[in-house]
Design a protein around this ligand. Structure first.
Ligand code: PLP
Length: 409
């Protein structure tokens, strides 16, 4: 297969924020793991929503309500196509990854978890794929187990296999680690869980804009991700769930839209997907998500991944030329994240100096405190890549980092 090269100049010109300066220097944005910037088509769609079509959805007979509803529902079908789900009603639009995981933990827990049942997560989860399961386990008397990882940030799949049993009801793991960049062997993880009848939730927050995901081929039970990490606005996210699970789960929240019929004596619930979508959603962000998906699809996820992989390889080689740098997360299968520490220097101090140079990176535990605890470090500096980053960005970052290290050592 020949990969389509991406037109980096065109892509950069699509993101207006990349033209701005920070602290008198051109912005070098390397905090894409936290959130990505937005292309002009998405910004235009947001403005257009309020300029031309603002109305509440699913409720009105009037024109604006109908066009807003149609646009919102286009997104549901767009997401369905993007992740290859069998039905559009298996796509629940939420606030984001965190809400999607909380929804599954609470509602799946209510329907399927009893005392002594087991939930498996991994050692490299974001807090949002730890805490909701802890809360559910506490409420239900269930047991939380953790797949260990080694010092490279690679999960021990043999131990995972041994952890599985008839008691295992859910395996919830990240596709790509936000702190380490590790791409986990999700096909294997799903297959082994299914041997025991356990459901699998994949946290795709750091994967969805880098890796082509086919939920039907993967046979995954739940997939969650956030719009804002894939070039769409904040406040919108996705929960994909297999129909058989979603239908058997109770609603998450009560309110408008999620009901079929309400009396003071009894309420009956709406069908999928509305059963899980109580209240007015983030309509404008929802509509914009379709534009972000189109934007990525037009460029091509395979081409984006190939480009980002090349960039990560380059950044990895360059950063290792700086004395005292240690990369955190050295799995062979990695995506778009370069996490590192520098001997004798606090990550925060590096972040502050880089910021003065117009370079945005993230420092700290990246909401993955157990990862830092296991590795015995307070945190890392994380440069995370997106399709609009360039080798020039990396060169400026490396030069800035060398300067910061020289100043701080
Ligand atoms: N999971 C992973 C792997 C993440 O990287 C993040 C955010 O950084 C989340 C979950 C939470 O996403 P959100 O804050 O958009 O709900």
């Amino acid at each position: 297969m020949t990969l389509k090269k991406i037109d980096i100049n065109k892509i950069r010109s699509d993101f207006p924020i990349l033209k701005r300066e920070v602290n008198g220097k051109p912005l070098i944005y390397l905090d894409n793991g936290a959130t990505t910037q937005k292309p002009q088509v998405v910004i235009d769609a947001l403005v257009n929503y309020y300029t031309d079509m603002n109305a509440n959805i699913h409720r009105g007979v009037h024109y604006l309500s109908q066009i807003s509803t149609d646009a919102f529902e286009v997104t549901r079908r767009k997401v369905q196509g993007f992740i290859h789900a069998s039905h559009d009603y298996e796509i629940i639009l939420t606030k984001g990854t965190t809400e999607s995981i909380n929804l599954v933990a609470q509602c799946f827990g209510e329907a399927f978890i009893s005392e002594g049942d087991e939930i498996i997560i991994s050692a490299m989860e974001h807090h949002s794929n730890i805490v909701p399961w802890q809360m559910m386990c506490e409420a239900k008397g269930a047991v939380l187990k953790v797949i260990p990882m080694d010092s490279r940030g690679v999960l021990d799949i043999d131990i995972y296999k041994d952890m599985l049993s008839e008691r295992t009801k859910m395996v919830a793991v990240t596709y790509v680690s936000n702190a380490l960049g590790t791409i986990n062997p999700v096909e294997e993880i799903i297959r082994y869980a299914h041997d025991y009848g356990a459901a699998v939730l994949l946290d795709a927050a750091q994967a969805i804009h880098h890796i082509t995901i086919d939920v039907s081929k993967l046979d995954v039970d739940f997939l969650v991700f956030s719009g804002h990490k894939m070039y769409a606005p904040t406040g919108i996210g996705v929960l994909y769930g297999k129909e058989k699970w979603l239908n058997a789960m109770p609603p998450y929240q009560g309110g408008g839209d999620m009901i079929k019929d309400v009396t003071f004596a009894k309420t009956t619930y709406n069908e999928l997907p509305f059963k899980f979508e109580a209240g007015t959603p983030n309509i404008e962000a929802g509509i914009c998500l379709a534009y972000a998906i189109d934007y990525m699809t037009d460029i091509g996820l395979e081409a984006i991944k190939a480009y980002e992989d090349e960039l990560l390889e380059y950044a990895t080689l360059e950063i290792l030329k700086i004395e005292g740098v240690r990369i955190i997360g050295t799995s062979e299968a990695k995506s778009s994240v370069l996490s590192f520490v520098v001997d004798g220097v606090h990550p925060y101090d590096i972040g502050v100096i880089l910021d003065k140079l117009g370079i945005a990176v993230r420092t700290g535990h990246h909401c993955a405190q157990p990862v830092m605890d296991q590795l015995g470090i307070p945190g890392t500096v994380r440069a995370s890549l997106a399709m609009y980053n360039t080798k020039e960005d990396i060169d400026i970052f490396i030069k800035g980092l060398q300067r910061a290290v020289d100043m701080l050592k």
